[in-house]
Write a protein that binds this ligand. Structure first.
Ligand code: SF4
Ligand code: SF4
Length: 382
């Protein structure tokens, strides 16, 4: 009998699953000036934005890559004159489309046209349930009243509506009213999103971080609303990192679920990844989306678990939270590859506890002045 030689298979290349969603930040222009905006401190100007043809190519490449959803975001995406064209193109490419908007420059005509073009869903942001407070936080007069009108128009256009409330020290006491408002305007989903403390949120952390008492009352309000609205409205709510014992799976894990494109065409694994010094990300002007996703070293840098230090490396949660947020790790520890300080197992977790103690100490005094999101102040707050 002939000797059977062992067959050596070529080393397997780990398969990278396609992203679920494309976050298309069409512009950083926005009529509002929220002091917790997720946009970077250095806002991109209109002249730097991708043109319509490039966005259409990106949408086609996303569909070919296996992306299922596109979220048109900003800034305020309705500030782009070609939004209708892009929505129509996304629908033709087979992408589910969601418009993330402040709503203030929408009207019945534009909403009807967007619905007709194939828009699938609208996420409308609110700054508060109290009009005066909402307008103060958003830095936009009569914005809240306009949003109430637009919410009705969204429903009349036949589009499903998610109401998004960003919560913090200065509005959290009115969370029950915000949840009631979401029900009143006919939202099928309500998102209660605590401010993320990087970028503008970090600049304003002392003014926006809630006290522990506020957080406990908010948790109770959400639990009550979930019980009252069960089967009718879904409520998304995540406890803020600063009060958690374990971090969130930021963006579903670095370069696992989402690909983010900035107004000028930079491809990022998350909308704040530009803050990560030392990492360089490609532009979709010169690089295909498939090459970005599969080959870019910046996208590969924190993907999976191979990059993890201890205690993440040997932790049984590492494929659940993927080590938390890299931007938060850098912002608080100076090291993007550190375990997220939100984790109680992180050697830097005391940084979170210190910030919480500072927020509690401030709870009864006046909040510091807000630094509003404005292009002209960006250089002053770095
Ligand atoms: S968070 Fe506020 S300022 Fe930032 S894009 Fe949204 S509405 Fe505009
Ligand atoms: S040690 Fe790392 S993997 Fe484990 S829970 Fe904390 S952040 Fe997550």
């Amino acid at each position: 009998m002939n000797q059977v030689l062992p067959i050596h298979a070529p080393p397997a290349t780990p398969r990278i699953e396609p992203p679920l969603a494309l976050l298309a930040e069409l512009t950083h222009r926005c009529p509002l000036q929220c002091p917790y905006c997720a946009n970077p401190l250095e806002l991109e100007r209109a002249a730097a934005e991708l043109d319509t043809a490039t966005w259409k190519r990106v949408l086609d490449e996303a569909a070919a890559l296996g992306v299922l959803q596109v979220h048109f975001s900003g800034g305020e995406p309705t500030a782009r004159r070609d939004l209708l064209d892009l929505v129509r193109h996304a629908a033709a490419a087979g992408l589910y489309s969601n418009l993330i908007t402040s709503g203030v420059i929408l009207d019945a005509g534009s909403l009807g046209a967007l619905a007709e073009a194939g828009l699938d869903h609208v996420q409308l942001s609110f700054q508060d349930a109290d009009a005066a407070q909402a307008d103060r936080i958003g830095g936009y007069r009569n914005g809240h009243a306009r949003k109430l009108v637009v919410a009705r128009l969204i429903r009349e256009a036949g589009l499903p509506l998610t109401a998004n409330f960003v919560v913090h020290r200065q509005n959290l006491d009115r969370l029950p009213e915000m949840l009631a408002l979401g029900e009143e305007i006919g939202a099928s989903r309500i998102e209660v999103a605590h401010v993320q403390y990087y970028g503008w949120g970090l600049v304003n952390r002392a003014a926006l971080m809630p006290s522990r008492t506020q957080l406990e009352q908010a948790n109770a309000a959400v639990a009550q609303a979930r019980s009252d609205l069960r089967g009718r409205i879904t409520i998304d709510y995540v406890v803020p990192d600063y009060y958690a014992a374990r971090p969130k799976a930021c963006m579903g894990g670095w370069a696992r679920r989402i690909i983010n494109i900035t107004p000028s065409g930079l491809a990022l694994p998350c909308h704040a990844a530009e803050t990560l010094t030392g990492l360089h990300f490609p532009s979709v002007r010169t690089t295909s989306l498939a090459a970005v996703w599969h080959d870019d070293p910046g996208f590969a840098r924190f993907r999976g678990t191979g990059w993890m230090p201890e205690p993440c490396r040997s932790c049984d949660q590492r494929e659940i939270d993927w080590g938390g947020c890299r931007c938060q790790a850098l912002a608080l520890t100076g090291d993007a590859s550190a375990t997220d300080p939100a984790c109680a197992l992180s050697p830097h977790h005391a940084l979170m506890a210190d910030a919480v103690a500072a927020a509690d100490a401030l709870a009864d005094g006046p909040a510091p002045d807000l630094v509003y999101r404005r292009i002209r102040t960006a250089a002053l707050v770095r």
